[in-house]
Write a protein that binds this ligand. Structure first.
Ligand SMILES: Cc1ncc(COP(=O)(O)O)c(C=O)c1O
Length: 372
């Protein structure tokens, strides 16, 4: 059961964190689920799935409650509203934007399009598995290119691995499980050059969290280029992982590869909630602030324990535990803390998703106690 507290109650009850006054003012209109201060196996702290544990904004939740009244209707008009909000916000034509049940359908269909063309997929390793996994299930060969020693996606090595039978290139930026980004100019050059030879999917699931001058979304490229698809999701900063809304940006000719003739698959509740959430900048800023606070707690632990880690551009950290991540996961789970699964070949590295700062402190304290 989730108990709801007002933001004020929650801050009074919670640990004092830098910047909390600012956030309290910013998010005074929000209510959030109570933090899990006594994690158990049954009610764990979920630091393993890159979710936004605050859930959807209060504004979005109110609208979603109301939208249940129109659950019997198809939602073409609300979709049109959402598409306009997103395309205006991104500065791309509405014809170049599509809405999905999360970004997964677009990622999977990209892999299907590659299978239909009887091509191979080129992808970094490690990376997010939606495209790669779907491709493998369909019997498509995947050419995997290890990230560089700097833990960044190695574009030069990917270029070198390119062959004429590769029909799809998947890039996750920021990457997952390694939260590094690809430098914007290098990425743009790569996209322009390689899109002459294959379809490129740039998965920007975590882009809202990035605070890095070297990062740039590749969304503008879709206006003229027919071989680039950008995927976005409301699952992360908007807290919609269980509600399901995502976007693809692509040239209309390309969009046909990853969408159907008309879209009746979206839930009314999800579309209505997203319309509200994407306009709720106060909430998005609140989540970014909380993410930063939690990341500071993790980075302090990494520094104190002298653990190697990758500077994060997302809502998760990736660090070298010096022991199998499966062992860390097993021990932490005994104390009601869920951590990321193993990510071969980085089997000694652990992915920890940010949770509320007071939960993050419990995670860090437990890690120190068990492994420090
Ligand atoms: C890089 C990346 N892309 C896509 C997704 C899935 O997004 P969605 O919930 O929109 O299907 C995830 C989820 O963790 C992800 O990490």
């Amino acid at each position: 059961m989730t108990t709801e507290l007002t933001r004020r109650d929650w801050l009074v009850g919670g640990a004092t964190v830098a910047g909390s006054m600012l956030v309290s003012k910013m998010a005074s209109a929000q209510t959030v689920p109570a933090p899990i201060l006594k994690p158990t196996r049954e009610n764990p702290i979920r630091a393993g799935f890159n979710e936004n544990v605050y859930g959807p904004s209060l504004r979005a939740k109110k609208v979603m409650d109301k939208a249940a009244e129109t659950a019997h209707l198809y939602n073409f008009f609300a979709q049109r509203d959402l598409n306009k909000i997103i395309s205006d916000m991104e500065g791309i034509p509405g014809s170049h934007s599509a809405i999905g049940n999360g970004s997964t359908p677009f990622l999977e269909r990209s892999a299907m399009a590659c299978a239909i063309k009887q091509g191979k997929v080129l992808a970094p390793e490690p990376t997010y598995q939606s495209v790669v996994g779907t491709a493998k299930m369909l019997g498509v060969d995947v050419v995997s290119v290890p990230v560089g020693d700097d833990m960044h996606i190695n574009l030069d090595a990917m270029r070198a691995a390119m062959t004429d039978d590769i029909k799809l290139i998947y890039l996750c930026n920021p990457n997952n499980p390694i939260p590094s980004i690809i430098e914007k100019n290098a990425l743009k050059d790569f996209c322009l050059e390689m899109s002459k030879r294959a379809l490129i999917v740039v998965d920007e699931a975590y882009y809202e969290y990035v605070n890095n001058p070297d990062f740039q979304s590749m969304k503008d490229l879709v206006v003229d280029n027919k071989n680039i698809i950008i995927c976005r999701t409301a699952s992360k900063i908007h807290g919609f992982a269980g509600v399901r809304i995502g976007f693809a940006f692509a040239h209309p000719e390309t969009m046909r590869l990853i969408t159907g003739p008309f879209n009746i698959s979206l839930a009314n509740v999800a579309v209505a909630g997203a319309v509200e959430s994407y306009q709720d900048l106060e909430y998005q800023n609140f989540i970014k602030q909380k993410n930063r606070e939690s990341m500071d707690i993790l980075e302090k632990m990494f520094e104190d324990l002298n653990l190697e880690y990758v500077k994060s551009n997302t809502n998760f950290a990736f660090f070298n535990a010096g022991r199998p991540s499966s062992e860390v996961a097993t021990e932490m789970r005994k104390h009601g803390i869920l951590t990321g699964r193993p990510f071969p070949p980085f089997t000694n590295w652990v992915r920890l998703s940010t949770v509320k700062p007071e939960e993050m402190q419990i995670v860090a304290d437990k890690y120190r106690e068990l492994f420090g």
